[in-house]
Design a protein around this ligand. Structure first.
Ligand SMILES: Cc1cc2nc3c(=O)[nH]c(=O)nc-3n(C[C@H](O)[C@H](O)[C@H](O)COP(=O)(O)OP(=O)(O)OC[C@H]3O[C@@H](n4cnc5c(N)ncnc54)[C@H](O)[C@@H]3O)c2cc1C
Length: 535
């Protein structure tokens, strides 16, 4: 198999033109070309008058050796790399204590899937409900219903990213084909097939729900088991080794391998781990608001004459500004054609985040606009970051009127420092509703000043980013974990052997893809430990 990179074609090219480009690049006749597979498609939008598709292709041809023998005479052609994921260890007996995975977000789900595929029949313990019931609770709350701290956008099967845009971006260097493994598993569980090759894959909320269910079924078919609505409330250990877990239903589970895939919002579990002497440290994260613009405005700025063209979909952005007060403001988790969602997991708090459906066809674009904070900003030890987040979330709840509505302000009023009384041309999408007000009391002064400085700077890259009627909604606090549960190179806690902290909550991942990959790496570490008899 040969790999051909940088095959550039017009965006309205026909299917035949890919083959023609391959023949031309390889200088071969048509009958020698046996198959062509798109492994990556991105677009080059540097010239907005002439946007082009850029392909990476894997091709099979007759007499490949002839090309390989004189490969140096070809441009951007090489032997296709191996794309297979290989298990590090598989169960060679049934003589082991069943590994337990705590949490069924991307980290827990992929950890459990790999353990199941390797024959280790994991037990998955999830504090929330199965994904369909959880969806009903979460959407019910958004429609003005009751808020359930046990079943919401953060807690329940599928974890925090289930009701999201489902972006699968990552910067991770992937020499072991983890990313490909994740994409292939997601696609075979019902995600759009194109995620295997587009440069910025996304799944969207409704499809994610089905994907999570299908992966659960696969794990169960392979001998795995789930306990829903069951929280791990305590850790049992002897001589620095895990021996078991205490559950919210009063029961206990004996195990010597417990994977902590608990996400960044499991504040009560963080507290329990601290009390049990598990080594943790505070870590930086970011706070800010959600900003909403008409998607049309972003499309025009990004895609020029191609704005609204289905071939490109709704445009995105990623912006950063280093401020005069030494802070950095950046946009994060941008959701094209999406909506701002209520993302608290605690009563009496308001937290924002964003989601989109696969089609990304809602009228607004939204993104977090956040400022980095470091442990010295809250300086009260390990729980300090949680308290810092919670304080903002409670103030936001009260400013919104104390009924889970979110406080909002027009960008123009925010920049001038005056309260807003009503919406302009951009309708805020946050449910169960908003209250127009002034947001500057919600964040430390340095953060407000930094965001005020950054918005006009961002408008230099996206014309209209500072439009008067754009909407700011408070407050975005759950950008990443405020703590790190420290682990060694063997993926085990440095203080309790057999405890494997992973994913976003442990401070080792940020986003669906990196949390999934971390889950796979932990599954490998658990498998090796069992097989090598370290247990
Ligand atoms: C609205 C929203 C949109 C997002 N959009 C994107 C996006 O488009 N792309 C992207 O890459 N990332 C996105 N993210 C971030 C992404 O979801 C997280 O990075 C990812 O889910 C982290 O995975 P995780 O498995 O480490 O933790 P989580 O997904 O948080 O999963 C942790 C799980 O553990 C369970 N749990 C916690 N404590 C216990 C306990 N004591 N006992 C039993 N179970 C427990 C929880 O109920 C939860 O299901 C979004 C997040 C949100 C909230």
């Amino acid at each position: 198999m040969l790999r051909i990179t940088d095959v550039i074609l017009k965006t309205d090219h026909s299917a035949d033109e890919i083959g023609t480009a391959v023949l031309k690049r390889l200088r071969i006749v048509k009958k020698r070309l046996l198959s062509t597979k798109v492994v990556k498609r991105s677009y080059d939008a540097r010239n907005k008058e002439n946007i082009l598709f850029v392909y990476t292709l894997d091709v099979e041809i007759e007499n490949e050796k002839e090309i390989l023998d004189k490969i140096k005479t070809y441009k951007k052609i090489s032997l296709a790399p191996d794309t297979e994921y290989r298990f590090k260890a598989k169960a060679n007996s049934q003589n082991f204590k069943r590994p337990v995975v705590i949490g069924s977000g991307p980290c827990g789900l992929f950890c459990a899937l790999i353990l199941a595929q390797a024959g280790f029949r994991p037990l998955i313990i999830e504090r929330g409900k199965p994904v369909k019931e959880r969806s009903a609770d979460t959407f019910g709350f958004w429609r003005g219903g009751h808020f359930d701290p046990a079943s919401n956008i953060q807690f329940g099967e599928g974890g925090a990213g289930t009701f999201s845009d489902g972006k699968l971006n990552t910067q991770i260097r992937d020499t072991e084909n983890y990313r490909i493994k994740v994409l292939n598993e997601l696609a075979s569980a019902g995600a759009p097939d194109e995620i295997r090759f587009v440069s910025k894959p996304h799944i969207g909320t409704f499809r994610l729900v089905k994907v999570v269910e299908n992966i659960r079924n696969k794990i169960i078919e392979l001998g795995g088991e789930y306990l829903f609505e069951t929280q791990v409330t305590d850790l049992m250990s002897e001589n620095g080794e895990v021996t078991g877990l205490v559950l919210s239903n009063g029961g206990t589970i004996g195990t010597d391998s417990a994977v902590l895939a608990i996400g960044h919002s499991a504040r009560d579990t963080f507290e329990m781990l601290l009390n049990r002497g598990v080594t943790m440290e505070p870590k930086p994260f970011s706070v800010g608001f959600r900003i909403e613009h008409p998607q049309e405005l972003i499309d025009r700025a990004r895609l020029g004459k191609y704005a609204g063209d289905d071939r490109f979909g709704a445009a995105d952005y990623k912006l950063v500004h280093h401020c005069s007060n030494g802070r950095s403001v950046y946009t994060f988790c941008m959701c094209p054609g999406g909506r701002v969602v209520a993302a608290t997991s605690e009563e009496g708090c308001v937290v924002t985040n964003g989601m989109s459906q696969y089609q990304r066809n809602d009228v607004n674009a939204n993104s977090a606009i956040v400022v980095g904070v470091k442990p010295s900003d809250f300086f009260t030890g390990v729980p300090g970051g949680v308290e810092f987040q919670r304080d903002i979330e409670r103030k936001t709840f009260l400013l919104g009127g104390g009924d889970y509505k979110a406080p909002t302000q027009l960008v123009g009023d925010f920049l001038k420092g005056v309260p807003s009384a009503s919406q302009g041309t951009v309708k805020p999408s946050y449910q169960p509703g908003v209250k127009w007000t002034e947001l500057s009391s919600l964040l430390p002064e340095f953060a407000i000043n930094a965001i005020r400085e950054a918005i006009p700077e961002f408008a230099k890259q996206i014309k209209g980013f500072d439009m008067y009627d754009a909407v700011l909604t408070g407050s975005e606090t759950r950008t990443s974990s405020p703590v790190r549960i420290v682990r060694g190179d063997d993926f085990q806690s440095v203080s309790v052997r057999g405890l494997f902290p992973g994913g976003e909550g442990a401070g080792y991942a940020g986003g669906i893809m990196s949390a999934s990959i971390d889950g796979i790496k932990i599954a490998e570490a658990v498998s090796l430990r069992i097989v090598n008899g370290d247990r």
